[in-house]
Design a protein around this ligand. Structure first.
Ligand SMILES: NC(=O)c1ccc[n+]([C@@H]2O[C@H](COP(=O)([O-])OP(=O)(O)OC[C@H]3O[C@@H](n4cnc5c(N)ncnc54)[C@H](OP(=O)(O)O)[C@@H]3O)[C@@H](O)[C@H]2O)c1
Length: 329
């Protein structure tokens, strides 16, 4: 029997690439794929033999339990969009509790959970993205531990795929890169963090989903070829695009004001500011520490040539065509 894999966020940065790879394998009868999408029309290009869509919101536990019945593996990523009354952490908790209900109800043997590289307290409490990701990890891992306790004769495992800062986040400032050759961030330009192409995170997620399921909780990094500072981001982008791109540090309050003026959600804006303050203060290090398996291939320079250069050189209106982290959809 081929494995049945369900994936969340099939239109997201990582999920869209993962969906493409897994749909190819499904067409070759190597697996069955279920796409969990709230807008089914957005994933219709992948529907066909071995691939079906279940349409619904993944924070709706009844929908999720029904849609993941009988699956062997689940790719779980938390969307950054929540009801207005919720804090960022409450939004993440709501998604994680829905996932936990499905994992336990359907006794899902393997969950690959997209998480982040930084596990530090940035002091943001209910506003913290780092806190939200850590809490999501704990809720999902508890569900797996409950299954292990209840069914000791079976194997259940979760892989927390802890990814670096996506290169794609930079696309939020496509307009400024194109028109002014500049990026503006509230960050100490000398601090290095792991940065990665979502393309490589998707490959890592696929290899976890297709590989043997772990027993219990494991952590897998996806960190790009090397940690980068934002000064190095500027030189890599310049080299990849073939024109000078500078990164400027601006005060957090100014960036926050600008983002809110542009219509960004205040919860994701605050989480972004808190994360960059922690990075600037040198509080943020990758966990697990970098090793061969967390070091991924695509460099920022390569990504800039393949993905950013065509966008910068296009004549289209200077709007960002890509989905950007921290933006509520
Ligand atoms: N960006 C980074 O640097 C970074 C690094 C590490 C970890 N992460 C984590 O990665 C996760 C996001 O992954 P991503 O960047 O691949 O995704 P993404 O591009 O942010 O896309 C999120 C997807 O979720 C879907 N969605 C939104 N609300 C939904 C709902 N209620 N039910 C079902 N689907 C819904 C949206 O699809 P439609 O609009 O088409 O419905 C969208 O495609 C976050 O949890 C983030 O913390 C990000």
């Amino acid at each position: 029997m081929p494995k049945t894999i369900a994936i969340t966020t099939p239109t997201g940065n990582v999920g869209s690439k993962l969906a493409g790879h897994l749909a190819d394998r499904a067409r070759r009868d190597e697996l069955e794929l279920i796409l969990l999408a709230r807008k089914p029309e957005a994933v219709k290009q992948w529907i066909g033999p071995g691939v079906r869509v279940c349409a619904g919101r993944i924070e709706d536990a009844d929908f999720l339990v029904g849609a993941t019945h009988g699956v062997d593996a689940l790719y779980w990523a938390t969307p950054n969009s929540f009801a207005p009354a919720l804090s960022l952490r409450a939004g993440y908790r709501m998604f994680a509790e829905s996932a936990a209900a499905a994992i336990e109800a359907n006794r899902i043997p393997h969950v690959v959970h997209l998480s982040g590289f930084a596990h530090v307290d940035d002091g943001g409490g209910e506003r913290s993205l780092f806190g939200a990701l850590a809490e999501s990890e704990a809720i999902l891992a508890d569900a797996i531990e409950n299954l292990r306790a209840r069914h000791p004769d079976q194997s259940y495992g979760i892989t927390h795929l802890r990814a670096g800062y996506f290169f794609e986040n930079l696309l939020g400032q496509l307009y400024y890169m194109r028109e002014h050759g500049r990026l503006f961030l509230p960050v100490n330009r000398g601090r290095r963090i792991p940065m990665v192409a979502s393309h490589d995170v998707a490959l890592k997620a696929m290899s976890c989903l297709l590989g043997a399921a772990p027993s219990g909780r494991v952590f897998q990094g996806a960190f790009g070829p090397q940690d980068l500072s934002f000064a190095e981001v500027a030189s890599s982008l310049s080299a990849g695009v073939g024109r000078k791109i500078r990164v400027h540090r601006l005060p957090s309050a100014l960036i926050r004001h600008q983002l809110l003026k542009m219509g960004r959600d205040h919860r994701t804006t605050d989480a972004f500011i808190l994360a960059f303050q922690a990075i600037s203060q040198g509080k943020v290090a990758a966990e697990p520490t970098r090793d061969r398996s967390s070091t991924t291939e695509m460099s920022l320079k390569q990504w800039a040539t393949i993905a950013l250069k065509p966008l910068i050189e296009s004549n289209e209106a200077a709007a960002c065509p890509a989905r950007v982290q921290y933006e509520a959809s």
